[in-house]
Each structure stands twice: as structure tokens, then as C-alpha cells.
Write a new protein. Structure first.
Length: 273
């Protein structure tokens, strides 16, 4: 697969509304260009974004939303970062869908470095896009510019999981300024992990419909207990009435599926909303 770096003048970007082109030119100046590897995707796209510290809820909601969008022929745009971004890209690749990554550095570089393989795969079925020329390295302020470009080149934005200070809210804010539809997923009002989600919906964002039933049976009982407070295996056995053998199997399964973390305090910690 050709991994060459290409560029296009902002005003010549295909598939963008005139107002979006004007917004990009106002931000980056004229003449200015977008750099990319692969082939820019035409047709409907949605930015799927969220926290780098992805919870189990965030992980499964990302998979569910990405599958739904891919089945509708929507291109998944995201930021190549760890967390929600990587889960969205990987699921799009697994489902043979279209995906584009927006990065905060030149395309002769990859951040994070261990996502080089993903960057290559994305360029094979979509594009890796940057507002920055080669030899430009990632810096904090450049991620804001990356987010603005992604919001502008996406038809809509879906925020999967965001705390009140998440960078995903910046992407959503840019989209709102351009009168683009913003979506999010409502979570428990007492969860700090999805405080940004709930605020977006309270301020007018659409509530994105996703599958919410991940577990049934004894798993639900354990997760509800651990959501209140971390507990040891011994405490969970007494609370649930399960034998250690059965409990160990269930806890291992929940840990494998990202719902629990066993930490140095000897207790199981809930990793959801």
C-alpha cells in the first residue's frame, strides 16, 4: 500500500460544505493545506471521540456505536490516541469499514509510537490527516488544532465518554460553532467519568442510542456492589454467597472484559460509570 504523503489546498478539499472550507481558511490562513496518507474519504462521516482513560462502559459503547455507524456506511473519524480513539479505529478496521485518523504532528511521525501499525492500516482503508507538514512534532496546542480540523471535516460528532475537562469537549465545541450535530451518551448523574457527556446532552446535544445491556445474572450483582466500593474476593464471596472457585471465574471474566481492575490494595475496583 502506498504510504506517501500527499497534500491538498484547503479550498480544494472535496466533499466539504463551503462554510466548512471558509472556517478552515479562517483558522489556518490562505494559502494553507491539509496533508494526508491514503485516500480522503468522501461521503458521510462522524467523529467518534472521548477520553484516553477509557472505562469499560466507554469501551463497549465505542464498539457498539462504531458497529452501528459502519453498518450505515458512515466513515469513522477519530484521533489515533489511546482510549476511545483507538477502539473506534480498530473496530472500524475489524468490520471492514472506512476510518480516518486526525493527528497533531507531521505524517513522517506517529504519536503514540506504538500506533504505527494502526496508522498504516488506517491509510489502507481511509486516510491519516494532519494540518501540519513533515518534521512537525506533537505539542499540546497542536492537539487543539487537530481537533478543530477533525470537527470541520466531519459531518457530525459523537462524544462517547468525557469528564468535564476532556479534550473531546473541544471537538464538540468546534462542531457546535459550525452548526453541526453533536451526539453523546447519557450516563449516571453521579459518575465523574461521563460528566461531560451529560452536560453536552443538557445543553442540547442528541442522545445517541446504543446497546446498554452488557451483563446479566451474578455479574450484574457483583458489578453493582463494586460500583459502591472496592472489595476483596473474600468480602465478595460473603456478600454474594458464591464459592471462591465460581467467584474467581466470574471475576477473571469481568477483568478480561475491562470491567474490573485488581489493585495493590488487594481489592477489586469497578472500571465503569
Amino acid at each position: 500500500m502506498d504510504q506517501s504523503i500527499y497534500w491538498v489546498w484547503l479550498e480544494n478539499l472535496k466533499g466539504l460544505h463551503k462554510k466548512d472550507k471558509m472556517a478552515l481558511i479562517a483558522k489556518f490562513g490562505k494559502p494553507s493545506s491539509v496533508y494526508y496518507k491514503g485516500r480522503l474519504v468522501e461521503g458521510k462521516s462522524m467523529a467518534v471521540v472521548g477520553t484516553r482513560k477509557c472505562s469499560a462502559d466507554g469501551y463497549y459503547y465505542t464498539l457498539s456505536a462504531t458497529r452501528k455507524l459502519i453498518s450505515e456506511g458512515v466513515c469513522i473519524n477519530s484521533g489515533l490516541a489511546i482510549g476511545v480513539d483507538e477502539h473506534a479505529h480498530i473496530e472500524a478496521i475489524k468490520k471492514d469499514g472506512k476510518t480516518q485518523a486526525f493527528v497533531a504532528h507531521g505524517l513522517d511521525f506517529c504519536y503514540p509510537r506504538n500506533h504505527k501499525w494502526m496508522m498504516k492500516k488506517i491509510a489502507e482503508r481511509g486516510a491519516v490527516i494532519s494540518p501540519f507538514a513533515a518534521e512537525t512534532r506533537p505539542m499540546r496546542h497542536r492537539f487543539v488544532q487537530r481537533n478543530e480540523l477533525m470537527a470541520t471535516m466531519s459531518d457530525e460528532v459523537l462524544v462517547i465518554e468525557a469528564s468535564k475537562k476532556s479534550g473531546a469537549l473541544i471537538t464538540a465545541g468546534f462542531a457546535k460553532k459550525l452548526s453541526k450535530k453533536v451526539w453523546s451518551i447519557r450516563g449516571p448523574e453521579d459518575s465523574l467519568r461521563c460528566e461531560g457527556n451529560n452536560r453536552l446532552i443538557d445543553e442540547g446535544a442528541g442522545a445517541f442510542d446504543v446497546e446498554r445491556s452488557f451483563w446479566k445474572g451474578p455479574e450484574t450483582e457483583l458489578l453493582n456492589a463494586l460500583r459502591i466500593a472496592p472489595m476483596s474476593t473474600e468480602t465478595l464471596s460473603k456478600l454474594s454467597g458464591m464459592s471462591y472457585n465460581i467467584l474467581d471465574i466470574i471475576l477473571y471474566d469481568l477483568e478480561t472484559h475491562h470491567w474490573l481492575n485488581f489493585k495493590g490494595d488487594g481489592k477489586w475496583h469497578y472500571n465503569g460509570w
